[in-house]
Design a protein around this ligand. Structure first.
Ligand SMILES: [Zn+2]
Length: 231
């Protein structure tokens, strides 16, 4: 293989390495991206807290109602038990019952509110639980498919790196340096000449130049400095 042929092959390997490295990064990102899962887990935790809270409020509201009803029962006992005769006291007791009944209505309204809160929150918890299950399944599948893919790419990369290093050792070091310098500014350091034009910048290459390049010498384009390659 001519010097320029070697550099061209080196470039192929470098591009291939770059492509595989990019894919490896993407696979790595996808494998570690659990943001949706973490978000759903924290959402369900706070929804469960809300549910517990609503249930507690419902319970204590029910107890408060029972207390009020018990109070009414006691007063009713005094009112209709026949023991209390004093009219003034009877009026007071009736007023007390009226007050308690009004409290009960307010409490009942609140209880209904808590009950529907429990129902709504419970439905939200169930929805999130379903979503969480789907996300967990998806996560597991992703690990199962992308995990092996990651290993495959790593093997390909190791092979490519080995081949690249072996080739680079065979290439004249000065030529290698020129190649590396050009690659700092452009991915394609070695370009073909087609119909007399450099495919890097599309400027016509003098005949003497491309003939030397065709013979395998390291010739750089006068315009863009890329290494010219002719098969
Ligand atoms: Zn050029």
């Amino acid at each position: 293989m001519s010097l320029v042929g070697q550099l061209h092959r080196l470039q192929q390997l470098d591009l291939e390495l770059q492509r595989n490295q990019q894919e490896l990064n993407e696979v790595g990102n996808q494998l570690s991206d659990n943001m949706a899962l973490v978000a759903a887990e924290s959402r369900i935790a706070s929804q469960k807290e809300q549910l517990e809270d609503a249930k507690k409020k419902q319970k204590s509201s029910e107890w408060e109602l029972e207390d009020l009803q018990e109070k009414i029962r006691q007063i009713d006992g005094k009112l209709y038990g026949g023991k209390t005769k004093d009219p003034k006291e009877l009026v007071n007791l009736e007023r007390e019952v009226k007050g308690l009944k009004s409290q009960i209505r307010t409490k009942e309204d609140a209880l209904l509110g808590f009950m529907s809160q429990v129902e709504e929150t419970d439905a939200r918890v169930k929805t999130t639980a379903g979503e969480l299950e789907r996300l967990r399944k998806e996560w597991k599948q992703r690990q199962e498919t992308l995990g092996p893919r990651k290993s495959e790419i790593e093997i390909v990369l190791a092979d490519l790196k080995g081949e690249r290093n072996r080739l680079a050792e065979q290439i004249d070091s000065e030529a290698c340096n020129i190649y590396e310098r050009i690659r700092l500014t452009t991915a394609q350091a070695v370009v073909k000449v087609e119909r007399g034009r450099c495919l890097g910048c599309h400027i016509t290459v003098p005949t003497s130049q491309w003939q030397k390049a065709k013979a395998g010498s390291l010739i750089q384009c006068n315009n863009c400095s890329r290494i010219l390659y002719l098969e």
